[in-house]
Write a protein that binds this ligand. Structure first.
Ligand code: GAP
Length: 435
């Protein structure tokens, strides 16, 4: 099988309308991306699967959707204003800027190759700034959230009280986050606007290690269950000097990206850092009162923090397959059917009305349940190839025999096996496989 490169996936993503560069007609921002029709579906499906696993089927986790703009004090209390920085160096020769901790050789500029011209590092704060209201003053300064997590901490007490939650419990949220990355790149892997899927799991301090173990395994398995080859996944514990300012222990779920192992998701033991900080800064007691023991204490927090856009990218890379079929190469995106943008494609064999009409009717009825594409263009071979490339698990072909036997051919993306199924039975046939 051919090696999957970054270009292979980014070209497929652009060619088929998964992902476009933001503001492309003006030259592109290179920091943010727009998700086209297929990308929007794939991303929605990734988030829906996360929500299903992390919220819907759990009695101990509830959801939240908090604002992107929060009071500046939130980021002062959380420590982000002071220490959410990356060490930045600048090349005196070509003026390019780099993250020191990402340089292979800290004495050499990776852009122009000149040695000895990098400046001393300075800490660069990653939060994107804007102003609330018409006056651009220091008092009106606010940040676009660099993580969704703080929205959870500042709502912790209201959620606990209104939902009568008892430890241990989690609060989950999916949403946009923004970081003024020094070097965005590798397509959607590192961008300045992205989406996170985070859950803060509040527990008794003495149970934190045990929950940390639990969530490490649980999150690793989520990617495997959705089709990622476990050979391409690993858990890596952070060294002490890598730990974020709030963390007593972090493990990353890493994926073998085309450029090597890199972070897919971070799991941290945030201790009681955030609740203590907000208690101190906001003057509101965020301790938990345990009625049984008559004790008041700060819960510890275990945080699985994933990137939705980054996960979508990893799912695409892992699903990408090139195969030889009858001496012809075919590209197949072997996405788990839960993630596939379209579940079914309905393909009338010819553009004749007598086939288009039953195809439209079938597509219309299947659309009530699933995302369905009706494709009437090009030869049937090309249409199969397109559907394989965008990961559609089933193609339903309406042919001239359909007019006689009232049946269609259902083709499986991965095995290419074909079944003849009566039109009335197509929905049940697919439901048995799609759920
Ligand atoms: N609340 C903890 C937190 O934000 P993080 O490891 O900085 O932890 C969590 O971020 C996840 O968010 C990462 O594992 C990654 O998947 C995603 N992420 C972070 N920065 C990103 C960026 N610039 N572009 C795309 N995804 C990013």
């Amino acid at each position: 099988m051919a090696e999957v490169t970054l270009d292979t996936i980014s070209n497929l993503a652009k060619r088929r309308g998964f992902v476009f560069q933001s503001s492309e007609i003006y030259g592109g921002l290179r920091s943010a991306y727009d998700y086209g029709p297929l990308g929007a579906e794939l991303l929605r499906n990734v988030k829906a699967e996360w929500w299903h696993t992390m919220v819907q089927i759990r009695p101990d986790v509830v959801g939240l959707d908090s604002a992107i703009i929060q009071a500046r004090q939130v980021w002062q209390a959380s420590g982000h204003e002071e220490v959410f920085t990356d060490p930045m160096v600048e090349c005196r020769n070509c003026n390019s800027r780099h993250r020191l901790d990402k340089l292979e050789d800290p004495s050499q500029c990776p852009t122009c190759g000149v040695r000895g011209e990098l400046t001393d590092p300075r800490n660069f704060n990653l939060m994107l700034r804007t102003h609330m209201g018409p006056v651009e003053s220091e008092e009106n300064l606010v940040y676009l959230r660099p993580e969704t997590a703080q929205g959870i901490f500042i709502n912790y007490e209201s959620i606990r009280r209104t939902n009568r939650l008892k430890l241990p419990f989690g609060i989950a949220q999916i949403g946009k986050a923004f970081r003024n990355e020094i070097t965005p790149g590798q397509f959607v892997f590192r961008t300045r606007e992205f989406e996170q899927m985070e859950m803060e799991f509040f527990c008794r301090p003495e149970e934190a290690d045990q929950w940390f173990e639990y969530w490490r395994e649980h999150r690793f398995q989520w990617y495997v269950d959705l089709g990622i080859d476990p050979e391409n996944l690993r858990l890596r514990a952070h060294e002490n000097d890598e730990l974020s300012h709030y963390s007593a222990g972090t493990a990353d779920v890493e994926y073998r990206f085309p450029w090597g192992w890199d972070e897919l998701e971070g799991l941290a033991n945030r201790t009681d850092f955030d609740l203590r900080q907000h208690t101190e800064h906001a003057g509101e007691d965020l301790r938990y009162f345990d009625q049984e023991s008559d004790e008041r204490f700060f819960p510890y927090v275990i945080e699985p923090a994933a990137g939705a856009t980054r996960a979508m990218f990893a799912f695409m890379i892992d699903a990408y397959t090139e195969e030889m079929v009858n001496d012809e190469s075919r590209v197949v995106l072997k996405l788990d059917h839960r993630l596939a943008p379209y579940k079914v494609a309905v393909l009338p064999l010819s553009k004749k009305d007598e086939l288009i009409q039953p195809a439209e009717k079938l597509a219309e009825s299947l659309r009530r349940r699933w995302m369905v594409e009706l494709d009437v263009t090009q030869s049937i071979g090309r249409r199969y190839r397109r559907q394989d490339e965008i990961g559609t698990p089933w193609c339903v072909t309406v042919d001239f025999d359909t007019l006689e036997d009232n049946a269609v051919t259902v083709r499986d993306r991965d095995t290419m096996d074909q079944d003849r199924v009566s039109i009335d039975g197509v929905e049940d046939y697919l439901a048995a496989r799609l759920g």
